[in-house]
Design a protein around this ligand. Structure first.
Ligand code: S3P
Length: 423
């Protein structure tokens, strides 16, 4: 048992992963130089940079800014080799939308996790638009071969609320004849719609439908990336639950398609105040002041799920320390993330002593059982490694997390930042 230390002081989490990826992609397709500050230097976003460099885009990655020398919508060139998307689903799926319309053939692959993730969800709509995409192992996963074609607009009814699917289709729609529309069961994160609009594309949104009319050109932008609420989530959770904590997390993106964790924690009784609310490069941003308070259980499902999908592992941790029962439902998408996050959370939280039951589309957690440190396999999933670090901090017994360095995917300095808040 180590001493449980409160989190205190101030912290700025790194830039938003989704917005960082998009800044490179749209910058590459715009005319002129796009300047990005607070870019996330995580391995996933570096995979996106590498892919666009391989297609002839000059990208300067300095510590304080990234400069993308875009060549316009038709400026990409055929890469000499297979594109390596690493661990990044966002890179793989969004790039596929762009590649579907290029006048060349490309092959895409990634690490062992990416090669197990479902790509049929983008292959189906992109094929309906006229794209020629094949899964080289014939299993609906990467490696993919994409032979660019002339595309036509479609109205796609997506069976899943997924910004990666929606964005792949909208990006293909940049090149299609006529209007391209995507309707989702619930609204997923809308960074593509907001940022593409800023670059001059004609994007409109109505209810759960997003549409794009092909533009003549995109224009280079200045983008200040807000801090990632998905990274802030670990600090929010630890500070909300460790008695005596008072932490100010500065410059966090609070886009309503991403802020579900704030709404859920507030409903559970957390003391979180939004300060200095503002708009930054078209995205809502605030400083989050969090003070510890007792939490109670919650029922989390429906349209809330896409707004906190990446935070569910750490929300499950919080639920173990809350009084009463938390039900997470409608979250089957968790099974096809970097790991099967339902199975991994249930197995590992149970190993720590929690009362958790797996359901078809989520889990049921009865809070209040004492947790203890055991060996936890991260499955090389960054959000699993960070969630169990938080569990260890709250219960006072740090689990031994195998593969813990996988945090470099989305938060290279996670452990250092945590140490600084606990001094
Ligand atoms: C992302 C969308 C989400 C999210 C992922 C990033 C994006 O995935 O889980 O971490 O940048 O568009 P899905 O669209 O597959 O739900």
């Amino acid at each position: 048992m180590t001493k449980i230390k409160p989190l205190r002081g101030e912290l700025a989490v790194p830039g938003d992963k989704s917005i960082s990826h998009r800044s490179i992609m749209f910058g590459a397709l715009a005319r002129g130089t796009t300047r990005v500050t607070n870019f996330l230097q995580g391995a996933d976003c570096l995979s996106t940079i590498d892919c666009f460099r391989a297609m002839g885009i000059s990208i300067e990655n300095h510590t304080d800014e990234v400069l993308i020398h875009g060549k316009g919508l038709h400026g990409l060139s055929q890469p000499a080799d297979v594109l390596d998307c690493g661990n990044s689903g966002t890179t793989t799926r969004l790039i596929s939308g762009i590649l579907s319309a290029q006048p060349f053939t490309t092959e895409l692959t990634g690490d062992a996790s990416i090669r197990k993730r479902p790509m049929g969800r983008i292959m189906t709509p992109l094929s309906q638009m006229g794209a020629k995409i094949t899964s080289l192992d014939n299993n609906g996963c990467a490696p993919l071969r994409i032979c660019g074609q002339k595309l036509h607009g479609i109205h796609y009814q997506s069976p899943v609320a997924s910004a990666q699917v929606k964005s792949a289709i909208l990006l293909a729609g940049l090149y299609a004849d006529g209007i391209t529309r995507v309707t989702e069961p619930y609204v997923s994160r809308n960074h593509t719609e907001l940022m593409l609009g800023g670059f001059g594309a004609r994007v409109s949104c109505e209810g759960t439908t997003a549409s794009i009319k092909p533009p003549d050109e995109l224009f280079a932008q200045e983008i200040a990336v807000p801090g990632d609420i998905s990274s802030a989530a670990y600090f929010l959770t630890a500070a909300a639950l460790i008695p005596g904590s008072e932490l100010l997390i500065k410059n966090v993106g609070i886009n309503p398609t991403r802020d579900g964790i704030l709404r859920v924690y507030q409903a559970m009784g957390a003391d979180i105040t939004l300060l200095n609310e503002r708009i930054c490069s078209g995205e809502p941003v605030a400083d989050l002041l969090v003070k510890s308070a007792p939490l109670c259980g919650s029922d989390i499902g429906g349209s809330l799920i896409p707004t906190l999908i990446d935070e569910l592992p750490v929300i499950a941790v919080a639920a173990c320390f809350a009084e009463g029962t938390t039900v997470i439902r409608d979250a089957a998408e968790l099974k096809v993330k970097e790991s099967n996050r339902i199975a991994v959370m249930v197995e590992s939280l149970s190993a720590m002593g929690a009362d958790v039951t797996e359901t078809e589309d989520g889990m049921i957690i009865h809070g209040g059982r004492p947790l203890h440190g055991v060996v936890i396999d991260s499955h090389l999933d960054h959000r699993i490694a960070m969630s169990f670090t938080v569990a260890g901090l709250i219960c006072g017994e740090m689990p031994e997390i195998t593969g813990r360095d996988c945090v470099r995917i989305s938060y290279p300095n996670f452990y250092e930042d945590l140490d600084r808040c606990m001094k």
